[in-house]
Design a protein around this ligand. Structure first.
Ligand SMILES: Nc1ncnc2c1ncn2[C@@H]1O[C@H](COP(=O)(O)OP(=O)(O)OP(=O)(O)O)[C@@H](O)[C@H]1O
Ligand SMILES: O=C(O)c1ccc[n+]([C@@H]2O[C@H](COP(=O)([O-])O)[C@@H](O)[C@H]2O)c1
Length: 190
């Protein structure tokens, strides 16, 4: 089984993540895509970060009706911040017969050479990159094993959604209704 792993803060999950993950699961050689919710990205401040259990719950709500996608909370029981190489190693030990492919949006690529043991990630795993606006991917070191997937560009981000909520603007259609309702009921991101 070939499993794509989309690591992210999902703060909150939005249709960009969902279209990306579904596209990878249905238009590439991947059998399924798991969204791995990271408690703490080593490179991101935590001041705007919603509690990890809220982010996990929203991710589960968002993919509930999609058999192509799964959600993993594997990093919740691992040391923080969440280093992807450690999670990949752990998952590979847990599921030795699976092939794990790392999925990322193009915006993550310029900083990828600064990730913990990124060369080891490339040695053991393929990486599929989804295009994203505003990403500068020139002057990167030669990174074999990276595939750029041709797919529709989705100009949407969690930052924009958090800003809409703060400014009391509508977030309808930017994320699934169930997630919007959860955010409203629990008064998140205000
Ligand atoms: N619209 C998008 N197009 C392509 N990739 C995306 C998009 N949104 C998120 N991703 C990718 O999904 C993964 C998780 O992203 P993340 O949870 O940080 O979302 P985000 O919208 O970038 O959040 P934020 O705005 O808070 O930085 C990353 O690899 C990111 O590049
Ligand atoms: O392993 C690393 O050194 C590393 C450095 C930066 C980011 N990451 C991971 O990349 C993922 C993308 O994060 P985010 O916040 O952009 O959704 C998230 O799972 C982080 O833990 C991992």
């Amino acid at each position: 089984m070939k499993v794509g792993l989309l690591f992210g803060s999902f703060n909150p999950i939005h249709i960009g993540h969902l279209i990306l993950a579904n596209f990878m699961a249905t238009n590439t050689d991947l059998d399924t895509v798991w969204l791995v919710v990271s408690p703490q990205n080593p490179f991101k401040p935590s001041n705007t970060l919603q509690h990890e259990f809220d982010r996990l719950h929203m991710a589960r709500l968002a993919i509930a009706d999609n058999p192509n996608l799964g959600v993993s909370n594997i990093e919740f029981s691992m040391p923080k911040p969440s280093y992807t190489i450690d999670t990949l190693t752990y998952l590979q030990e847990k599921y030795p017969s699976y092939e794990f492919v790392l999925i990322m949006g193009e915006d993550n690529l310029p900083l990828f050479p600064k990730w913990k043991n990124y060369e080891r990630i490339l040695e053991y795993h393929k990486v599929y990159v989804y295009p994203r606006t505003g990403s500068i991917t020139t002057d990167l070191p030669d990174m074999p094993g990276i595939t750029f997937v041709k797919a529709p560009i989705l100009d949407i981000s969690a930052t924009f959604i958090r800003q809409c909520i703060r400014e009391e603007k509508s977030i309808k259609y930017l994320l699934p209704d169930e997630v919007a309702e959860y955010i409203k009921v629990h008064r998140l991101y205000l």
